[in-house]
Write a protein that binds this ligand. Structure first.
Ligand code: CO
Length: 147
């Protein structure tokens, strides 16, 4: 009976690990699109590793993509501030507390990864991820669900 209970618990633990990862992946392309509108982070993740892939062929100066995470009410103003920050700052305002996490800008055929703590997230909060490359943030965006 004891062994049976242990094996059932082990099965539950392993299936939940497979279903709910702290590693996220998102792809982007030459059509100015992300491949998902929703990313889910389990509330028990202490940190998240996100990998952004650019599956296109156009260079970063013309069709660059990054991944920026903010609370949803801040996303438009951070995107506009990012445009002003320019390419040398990967279109992200420097030392801006509203930016929870971000990657650098990548071009076609490239990928980049960022790891960030979830201490800046509240379970059930409203978070938007977007590409802050000029002209992209209106279309290239989605929701991150934590919890
Ligand atoms: Co973009």
């Amino acid at each position: 009976m004891f062994m049976r209970t242990v094996s059932v618990l082990a099965l539950l633990a392993s299936s939940s690990l497979h279903a709910r990862s702290c590693d996220l992946a998102i792809a982007s392309n030459d059509q100015m699109q992300f491949d998902t509108a929703t990313l889910e982070v389990p509330a028990d993740c202490k940190e998240v590793t996100l990998t952004l892939t650019h599956t296109g062929t156009i260079d970063a100066k013309t069709m660059g993509h990054n991944w920026v995470l903010t609370a949803t009410p801040a996303y438009r103003s951070v995107a506009i501030a990012g445009m002003k920050a320019g390419a040398e700052n990967h279109y992200v305002p420097a030392d801006d507390a509203r930016v929870i996490a971000h990657t650098k800008v990548v071009g076609g055929g490239e990928k980049t990864t960022v790891t960030f703590p979830t201490s800046g997230l509240v379970a059930g909060g409203d978070y938007t991820f977007f590409c802050s490359f000029p002209g992209h943030w209106g279309a290239m965006k989605g929701k991150l669900v934590f919890g």
